[in-house]
Design a protein. Structure first.
Length: 486
């Protein structure tokens, strides 16, 4: 039996105010169940940790194959910190990558399609490097190795998992490199990382208990995905890591490179969780189990949750998100005059994200959430052709595997295997300046996924059974960098 109605003119006529006794009963019962629902907030934020390779326009144009034969600029601080002695004098390299993501979700049952509403991202990078007459080179890099945003419209049924998820992490890397021999050099340095996270998530009234040990609103007739609140989580954290690199010239025409970027663990000790009540437009029908008069608004019934000791008052959350370690190795061939061919292999240790500890400094108990991410690999091939007039033409192809298994494809980041096609040019400007410009397209074949949250303690098979539609994803990237050498 349904005890709730959505009247055509719910604001007309007398609307009774719920009894004080009923408000208190609801408050006691739902505080715990609502708090448990909030455990998904930090997990959602962590799952958004999206690796970014768009660090330097030359490297983008080469499909990120820039470890064995780094670009002739200071972005080697990231791509291979051991190769910096190759660039004598002072060099500056800075710019921005403009990333536009398109995607949608199509439901199995209704075939309705929901478009993603992702804002364009502008990802900066700045590098400085200096090598004098000695064997040492010194540098400083500021770049974004993890980030991006996913966002969906208000009518998206998966907004109860994530309406918006954004993570931006900036690394600041001082670097020192040393020329061991004429053909070999090494380098590295510490990394200071600063990370900010934001998650916006709808809260479903259907899963809230109506009384201590009593039925949920859903069991009494409230439809699934009835949004009565919107939760926002915001936090920031800082952490330290390190990077190492080695570069070698094996023969006059063959080079090799290897870089390692350590895992960096961010502890968000005082993230803020806030809540906004959303109108449902529902009222109680006559004969409801609360003993309230007919036409009592449900919104008034749950309003106490947003004030005083209610579950949906501002509170603090603590969690930890590990940005995974990276290893990239490659070979480059320069035996064709004016041409460099590069082939790199990259490995990212996403499996370190298998567990996520969550501590609420309020109503919910501490908990460890189980995740299922896998380590990933990618292959990157790039080519650069240098002209006699100083111009350079570049292109590349790359393929990357997904870190998320089939049971973890969600609105947070519907991750899937990706392919990259890239092209670009180096353009000499006046004097000591050059402009690099590049374009990259990310294409996928789509992937099945879910829009409902996985139940606590559920198995991978049970999570996989929640998959109820098909995600598509693509991206277009423009990158511009200015190089100055002195």
């Amino acid at each position: 039996m349904t005890y709730f109605v959505r009247p055509a003119l719910c604001t007309s006529g007398p609307l009774a105010v719920p009894h004080r006794r009923m408000e208190m009963t609801l408050n006691r019962a739902s505080r715990y169940t609502l708090a448990l629902a909030l455990l998904g907030l930090p997990a959602a934020a962590a799952a958004q940790a999206f690796g970014l390779n768009e660090i330097g326009s030359c490297a983008v144009a080469r499909a990120f194959a820039a470890t064995a034969a780094p670009c002739d600029d200071a972005s080697s601080i990231y791509w291979n910190p051991g190769a910096l002695p190759k660039a004598p004098g002072f060099s500056f390299y800075g710019g921005v990558a403009i990333i536009k993501i398109d995607g949608d979700f199509t439901r199995d049952t209704s075939f309705a399609t929901y478009k993603a509403d992702v804002p364009t991202s502008y990802v900066p990078h700045v590098f400085l490097n200096y090598r004098g007459a000695g064997k040492l080179a010194y540098g400083l890099g500021v770049y974004v190795p993890y980030g991006l945003t996913s966002q969906w419209a208000d009518d998206f049924p998966g907004r109860f998992v994530a309406k918006k998820a954004s993570l931006q992490t900036i690394y600041v890397q001082p670097n020192i490199a040393y020329q061991l021999t004429d053909n070999w050099s090494v380098g590295g340095g510490p990394i200071y990382g600063h990370s900010t996270v934001e998650l916006v998530q709808a809260v479903d009234l259907a899963g809230v208990a109506t009384s201590v040990g009593g039925p949920t609103f859903g069991q009494l007739g409230i439809p699934l995905r009835t949004e009565f609140a919107r939760a926002t989580l915001k936090g920031s954290a800082s952490a330290w890591g390190f990077t190492l690199g080695v570069h070698g010239k094996l023969t006059p025409t063959w080079e090799m490179g290897l870089r390692f970027l350590s895992q960096v663990s961010f502890k968000y000790d005082n993230a803020d969780a806030t809540f906004e009540q959303r109108p449902t437009g529902l009222v109680l029908a006559a004969g409801n189990p609360f003993g309230a008069p007919a036409l009592t608004p449900v919104d008034a019934l749950v309003a106490s949750q947003f004030t005083g000791t209610g579950a949906l008052t501002p509170q603090k959350v603590s969690t930890a998100i590990r940005h995974p370690a990276q290893v990239q190795a490659g070979f480059a061939y320069t035996g064709i005059q004016g041409t460099t061919l590069s082939l790199d292999y990259a490995y990212v240790g996403w499996k370190s994200f298998n567990q996520l500890p969550v501590t609420f400094k309020g109503l919910a108990p501490s908990k460890v959430l189980e995740e299922d991410y896998n380590n990933t690999s990618s292959i990157r091939f790039g080519v650069e052709r240098r002209m006699t007039n100083g111009f350079a033409l570049r292109g590349g192809l790359a393929a990357a595997a997904s870190a998320a298994p089939n049971q973890t494809v969600t609105p947070l980041l519907p991750e899937m295997d990706r392919g990259y096609a890239t092209l670009g040019a180096g353009i000499p400007l006046m004097g000591r300046f050059n402009l690099d410009a590049s374009y990259a397209h990310i294409f996928t074949s789509g992937r099945r996924g879910r829009i409902d949250e996985r139940a606590t303690g559920s198995t991978s098979a049970q999570a996989l059974a929640l998959n109820s539609g098909f995600y598509t994803l693509s991206a277009n990237i423009l990158s511009f960098s200015l190089k100055a050498s002195f």
